[in-house]
Design a protein around this ligand. Structure first.
Ligand code: CLF
Ligand code: SF4
Length: 323
C-alpha cells in the first residue's frame, strides 16, 4: 500500500527499543506518564552558557526551551553537582533520572560532560538525561555516548528556516555569529542530523516544541511528521512563555495547545504532563523539592524510608513463604 494511503495510526510506530531502554523509559517521569507519580529526576545546574539567542529568552532566567523561568538557578561545579547527587539519591531513592537542562545550553558547556562522567562512574544504574537546542548535537554526540546519555531532549521550534528565523535572533557557531535565515538553516540542519544520529545510536529522543501563536502554530504538524520519519519517541508541545523580544505575544490558550497536540498525535506520541521545571529542580515532577522548606523535605525523606522498609518487609515475607 502506498505510504499516503496507509491509515494514519500506522505511521506512529515509534522506534524499536531494547529491554534496558524500555526499563529506563518506564522509570522516567517525563517519558512515561505513569512514571511521573512514582519516580523523580534531579536537574544539575552546571551549564550557564548558551550559543544562541531565542527571542523568548531573558538570559538571567533558566533556558525556557526546557524550563520555566524562575530566579536563576545557582550554577554548580561538576564536583558540587556530584556531591549534591550523592546526598539526594541517598535520601530520595525514587529519583531515577539525573539530568542537565541548563540554565543555558548543556552542549555549550564542557562542565556537562565532566559532570556526567562523574555521575556515570559512581551511579551506573541511573538514567542520564539532557536537553539541548541542538546546534552542537552532531559534533557532541560521541561525548554524550561516552558519558552515558540515554535520554535526550532537543528543542525544535521550526523545520522551515523562514519560520525559525523569526524565533531565534542569532547563533554563535564555531566562533562566528550568524543571523536570520542563514542561522536558521545551520541550526535546523544540525538538529535534524543530530536527532537522526542520536536515534541510530540508541538514544531515546524527545522533542520539545514551543507553541508560538502567529509564528509556528500552523507549522507544528509539519515538525511532528518529520519527527515520525526520524524515529523520535515523544513530543512535548509547550506553551510560549511571553518574555524578552516576544513579551507582547499572546501565549496559546489551553484549547489551542490541545488542538495542536491532537493533530500531532497520529505522527508522534504526545507528552501532556510537562511541568516546565527549573534547571535545578529535583523530586517528582509535581513536587519540586528545590522549592520546598527543609521541614517538608524531611517529611518526604521519612516517608520514603518508611515506604522502603515496608516494601522490604513484604518482599522478605513473600520470599520466606515461597521457600
Ligand atoms: Fe529533565 Fe527534560 Fe530530562 Fe525530564 S524535564 S532534562 S526530559 S529529566 Fe520533563 Fe521538566 Fe517538562 Fe523537561 S517535566 S521541563 S519535559
Ligand atoms: Fe535562552 Fe535556552 Fe534559547 Fe539559549 S537555548 S537562548 S538559554 S531559551
Amino acid at each position: 500500500m502506498p505510504e499516503e494511503n496507509q491509515p494514519i495510526e500506522e505511521k506512529n510506530n515509534g522506534p524499536i527499543l531494547g529491554d534496558e531502554l524500555l526499563r529506563k523509559i518506564a522509570e522516567h517521569p517525563c517519558y512515561d506518564k505513569k512514571a511521573q507519580h512514582k519516580y523523580g529526576r534531579i536537574h544539575l545546574a552546571v551549564a550557564p552558557m548558551c550559543n544562541i539567542q531565542c527571542n523568548f529568552c531573558v538570559r538571567e532566567f533558566d533556558c525556557v526551551n526546557e524550563s520555566r523561568p524562575g530566579v536563576t538557578s545557582k550554577v554548580l561545579t561538576p564536583e558540587e553537582a556530584l556531591e549534591k547527587t550523592r546526598q539526594i539519591l541517598v535520601d530520595y531513592p525514587f529519583i531515577k533520572v539525573v539530568a542537565i537542562a541548563g540554565p543555558g545550553d548543556p552542549l555549550a558547556n564542557d562542565a556537562t560532560f565532566e559532570t556526567f562522567e562523574l555521575i556515570k562512574n559512581e551511579f551506573p544504574e541511573v538514567t542520564i538525561c539532557m536537553s539541548t537546542n541542538g546546534l552542537l548535537l552532531p559534533e557532541k554526540l560521541q561525548d554524550m555516548l561516552r558519558t552515558g546519555v540515554s535520554t535526550l531532549t532537543v528543542t525544535v521550534n521550526a523545520i522551515d528556516p523562514e519560520i525559525q528565523a523569526k524565533i531565534v535572533d542569532h547563533i554563535v557557531y564555531h566562533g562566528k555569529v550568524y543571523k536570520g535565515v542563514e542561522a536558521a538553516e545551520i541550526q535546523i540542519k544540525n538538529q535534524l542530523e543530530g536527532i537522526k544520529a542520536a536515534v541510530d545510536a540508541g538514544i531515546v529522543v524527545k522533542v520539545n516544541t514551543v507553541l508560538i501563536p502567529g509564528i509556528n502554530d500552523k507549522h507544528v504538524i509539519e515538525i511532528a511528521k518529520k519527527l515520525n520519519e526520524l524515529g523520535v519517541y515523544i513530543m512535548n508541545v509547550m506553551p510560549l512563555i511571553n518574555q524578552g523580544a516576544f513579551a507582547d505575544l499572546e501565549p496559546p490558550t489551553p484549547e489551542e495547545r490541545k488542538a495542536v497536540q491532537e493533530a500531532c498525535e497520529p505522527y508522534v506520541m504526545q507528552m501532556r504532563h510537562c511541568r516546565q521545571c527549573r534547571a535545578d529542580a529535583y523530586g517528582l515532577l509535581a513536587q519540586d523539592m528545590s522549592q520546598m522548606s527543609e521541614e517538608r523535605r524531611k517529611v518526604i525523606k521519612i516517608q520514603t524510608k518508611e515506604d522502603m522498609e515496608k516494601a522490604r518487609a513484604v518482599l522478605e515475607k513473600n520470599g520466606k513463604e515461597e521457600a
